[in-house]
Design a protein around this ligand. Sequence first.
Ligand code: HEM
Length: 166
Amino acid sequence: MSGYSLSVFLHVLAAAAWIGGMAFFAAVIVPTLRAPEVRGSASTLLRALGARFRVFGWVSLGALIVTGVTNLWLRGIGWQALSSREFWAMGFGRVLAWKLAVVGVVGALTLGHELLASRRNLDLLDRDPVAGERFRRRASLLGRVVMLLSLVILYLAVALVRGSLG
Ligand code: HEM
């Protein structure tokens, strides 16, 4: 396997972990925590699962950025191309610009989600359920926006390699 293929392989694996992890959290973990039989320990479980998922998420996003850079480099796209206006104005460069812009928004919103779903705020779920629920709802909404934007990144990634947005 060439270095380039290995880089793309690791990039796609990190993308599967990032998007798959969010899908599992939204479709399996959150509905299960709402079930009457686990409701009593839901906030404890949410804190424990959230803490582990946080590490999993940042490692996946970090791996995407590192392998994204190596993908570019091993494609022969170095600093000279990246610093030229022509590169970003058309084809591959234009799609990459859109992709990186959405990645930037996803990074910022993920940080916002972190701050909302902080340990301190989740502890409120036990002490002040009304305030705790408000933070939980806002964090959940941000999480869904991050998931939707990550699907947009995936679409742009496929367009990047296949050369068209249409
Ligand atoms: C949430 C973040 C990201 C996701 C989900 C993602 C996803 C993907 C996927 C699934 C592919 C393969 C597309 C295909 O073969 O059809 C891909 C390719 C690519 N990605 Fe990303 N990516 C992300 C971030 C980045 C970043 C930050 C960079 C650059 C710094 C980057 C650069 C690239 C490049 C250059 C390719 C083309 C690889 C090739 O030569 O085939 N990606 N991306």
